[in-house]
Ligand binder design. Structure first.
Ligand code: BYC
Ligand code: FE
Ligand code: FE
Length: 468
């Protein structure tokens, strides 16, 4: 691992001078983007961050104070396996692709660009949050997530530069030019154009939207295009912390709310400065539904093509399945036909977006069960839940139809009439924002959230995670 080169890497960058020069030209543009669109403020502060120093399982040992612009962004791929094979699809069993097969070039580039686009988008969405952090611990976690999403951008940019020539370089430039929420040059996927301007949004985003990242990366980690697979395998090790931040973050908000409900059974949690459970529920509904859209349509010829080509597999394709061709199976899913919900059989390969979404939903349900445990532990009789996967969808079979949170088909008039029951209103967002004031004294925490069970890397909660 060349950690102390200008661009730390384990791909022997110095052995490919042209590529090295091209990436060294991209580097200052990246840093300009980071300064303009990365965390607002705090750039000169020391943050207690982990940096990858090797791609082995114990490569995360390195925790230290770093100023964010000095973070060792770099290019780290899981080491190659000998004789890697394409693991699924029409070319299953053939040698894995070490270069881009001409006939799949456009599909692959598009997958990589789409993946790459989400990473800087999330940093842009989160850039104002530092100013209202509930604790130094949370501030540090936000910045850890941000620098790693920056590194994920590097991961995709490396692939574009190394394997796609001229148009790869152009795409890498454009990744720095699109802006989350900008109507003239928006990010590619809609969840990444939604504002994420308070900490409840942040925790829901890292629970639900980063979890889409986990499942998409897992599907790409199976790819027959080996450099992509190996890149994603390493990215997944970073992703686990993002999901931890999200899931424990929502859990701590839920826990605090339950404590306040117990403390005073007769009053509104608002009077005690907490976030009412029904607002938390609406935020869950919002981010869960937008994140479901990220899996694409239920019935998708793209998903069939990606699988056939060996580019994008299923979740745990090798561990979980025996038939890696999946050419003759069918899958039954629900569609709307003549104004009613009906089951339809489709070829398995065309249903793979829905299959991946199903894995994701199971994982989200597990998170919701955890949150409900916190409520039970406080002795409060209430719960949060995940809405139906049909609710509030903008992509796929259910887009253009309206459903209640239980998944019953309803008229668009009824949906509009009841929208405020299910989705955050302007007043809800204003209320949540009114609670957001920075708490930056070590060991202190905002009133609307419970402290974490433990600190980072064995440090106590009152450790000075960011030196202000
Ligand atoms: N928004 O066949 P369909 C992460 C388009 S998150 C807008 O149904 P497909 C992260 C689609 O492009 C992980 N457009 O879908 C998280 C297509 O257009 P064409 C990101 C959409 O292609 C937090 C048409 O609709 N990674 O890492 O099978 C923080 C029909 O598409 C959307 C990836 O997404 C949408 N939501 O699947 C930081 C992996 N959905 O062909 C980071 C790479 C679909 O008609 N991407 N469309 O022009 C993919 O594998 C696929 O592009 C998708 C869509 C799964 C996104
Ligand atoms: Fe990421
Ligand atoms: Fe992430």
């Amino acid at each position: 691992m060349d950690l102390y080169e200008r661009i730390p890497n384990n791909v022997n960058l110095s052995g490919d001078k042209r590529l090295q020069r091209a990436l060294e030209k991209w580097l200052p543009n990246y840093l300009d983007w980071w300064r303009e669109m990365g965390p607002d403020g705090f750039q000169e502060k020391d943050v207690y961050l982990r940096t990858a120093i090797s791609v082995e399982a114990d490569g995360w040992a390195n925790f230290d104070y770093v100023k964010m612009p000095d973070y060792r962004w770099g290019i780290f791929l899981k080491p190659a396996e000998q004789d890697a094979k394409v693991g699924f699809g029409d070319h299953c069993g053939m040698p894995a692709y070490q270069e881009v097969p001409g006939e799949f070039r456009n599909s692959l580039r598009r997958i990589i660009v789409t993946q790459g686009d989400t990473e800087p988008a999330s940093v842009e969405q989160q850039r104002e949050l530092g100013k209202t952090c509930p604790s130094l611990y949370d501030l540090r976690n936000l910045f850890q997530v941000n620098v790693e999403e920056g590194r994920h951008l590097w991961a995709m940019v490396y692939l574009l530069h190394r394997y796609f020539g001229r148009d790869g370089r152009d795409e890498a430039e454009e990744l720095l030019q699109r802006r989350s929420g900008n109507p003239d040059k928006p990010r590619i996927l809609e969840a990444f154009n939604q504002p994420c301007d308070d900490w409840l949004n942040f925790f829901c985003f890292t629970t639900f939207t980063d979890r889409d990242g986990k499942y998409q990366l897992a599907a790409l980690a199976e790819s027959g295009f080996e450099p992509l697979a190996r890149t994603c395998q390493f990215m997944l090790t970073e992703e686990a912390h993002h999901l931890f931040v999200g899931e424990t973050g929502v859990g701590r908000v839920v826990k605090r709310t339950a404590q306040l409900m117990k403390q005073d059974k007769d009053s509104d949690v608002r009077e005690l400065g907490g976030i009412p459970l029904d607002i938390i529920q609406k935020y869950i509904n919002f981010w869960f539904s937008y994140s479901l859209d990220l899996f694409g349509g239920e019935i998708s010829s793209n998903s069939a093509d990606f699988f056939a080509a060996g580019l994008k597999g299923r979740y745990k394709e090798q561990d979980q399945y025996t038939d890696h061709v999946a050419a003759h199976e069918n899958f039954t899913l629900m569609v709307v036909e003549d104004g009613r919900l009906k089951p339809r059989d489709v070829p398995m390969r065309n249903a793979l977006n829905e299959v991946l979404r199903g894995e994701y939903v199971k994982d989200c349900e597990r998170a919701a069960e955890r949150w409900n445990k916190f409520i039970v532990e406080e002795g409060v009789n209430a719960q949060v839940y995940l809405p139906s996967t049909r609710f509030h969808r903008h992509v796929g079979e259910f887009a253009g139809h309206t459903f209640d949170a239980q998944g019953n088909l309803i008229s668009s008039e009824e949906f509009e009439r009841r929208r405020d029951e299910w989705l955050p209103t302007f007043a809800d967002r204003e209320y949540v924002r009114s609670l957001m004031h920075a708490v930056t004294e070590p060991g202190k925490i905002a009133n609307w959230i419970a402290p974490p069970k433990a600190g980072i890397k064995g440090k106590p909660f009152d450790f000075e995670y960011v030196r202000l």
